[in-house]
Write a protein that binds this ligand. Sequence first.
Ligand SMILES: *Cc1c(COP(=O)(O)O)cnc(C)c1O
Length: 460
Amino acid sequence: MAQYIPEPYRIKMVEPIRQTTYEERIEAIRAADYNMFSLASSDVYIDMLTDSGTNAMSDQQWAAMMQGDESYAGSRSYGQLMEVAHDIFNYEYIQPVHQGRAAEHMLFPLLLKKGMVSISNYHFDTTSGHVQLSGAKVINCVSAEAADTQSYAPFKGNMDTGKLKKLIREYGPENVGCIVMTITCNSAGGQPVSLANIKETAAIAREHDIPLVIDAARYAENAFFIKEREEGQQDRSIKEIVRDIFAEGDAFTMSAKKDGIVNIGGLVGVRENPELIKGIKSRVVPYEGFLTYGGLAGRDLGAMAVGLTEGMDEDFLRSYVGQTKYLGDRCRELGVPIQYPTGGHAIFVDARKVMPHIPYYRFPAHTLCVALYLEGGIRGCDIGSFILDPDPETGEQLEADLELSRFCIPRRTYTQAHLDYVAEKLADVMKRSEEFQGFEVLEQAKVLRHFTAKLKPYTA
Ligand SMILES: *Cc1c(COP(=O)(O)O)cnc(C)c1O
């Protein structure tokens, strides 16, 4: 039986949510052109679209909001954030920005030029977008273990370092603008990366004089998995492990809307490269705002300062990662195929196994999300071929390695009963999967099309 760890907090403010009828949901998804991002949240019962910015803040964070110093320059809240962030990450320069993709926007054009490549265990979609906007090509290089969703491996997010070396030889180190280590590896199922793999990747990067960028959205969860699963790490604190991880990077980009437990915010950091620091400062002012607020209100900086610390609390991490494991275990008990073991922030259902009759170019993982919405008012999203933009040169639909439907767990937001409901509705969808035939795209943007595309159900 799946085990649920009681939460290390109690609820002091609630937000009502409303269940809809099946007929209302058919109407709502049609009006949204079958795009999960176009649904109104009021038409969603349990919203698992993302864990990004959907977290519940603590009383301490709300207190920091009330005390936010809204001075344009040199605000107290900025000072508070810098004190916490420098203590955790130990980088020479740390810049607040409005969210993770803004951090990418500040950094990547300084590292990448046309004709270059960026190699990552797996570029997150916005990261991939910013690499391409810089004129460079995206190459993913995650360990082969990630492709087998059913077998256990402790660190399925690891970089395939053998392949990485081969790629560097093939393209020439001078053409590899950066190596990006995404922790945890979102697109491969929220899977962690081992400290040993981070060190090995960093050594390869150093040897070829290529900067290593840590995409750190879920750095605290990744550190928790290292503590739980990696040999010799059990007696160390989360903070010690986090310090070790960041010591290997040359720069980091971070969406604080995940492990930072805030509703908006991000950071970009540089360990010790004066030229890069200068470059970032000169981009921040025109794009994000003055250096001491970076596109955020003073109150947001204060909430982030508190959230960064709370997000590394071990009891919190055990409970949060435990919620994901609980939902995953319930799914497995009910025969729903998920990426196993469960990662940090979400469960990923293997849509190829649920809907084997739907080819990748009709988006099985997206189809499963629509089916679950109709079944139970639950919103998830495609992490498969639908979120891959068509090939920029040929316009051809690319095939993802995995067709995953992702259901995220916002931090400190839903209870055990909500998670039971989700597992049961997924099991119900399994029984009706043959009713669905996939989708066709009617309209799409060139980059990050999944946010705005219009679709229609495919009929033979
Ligand atoms: C969320 C996320 C980003 C982008 O951050 P935003 O705050 O959504 O702009 C980048 N990388 C990873 C791994 C993420 O999960």
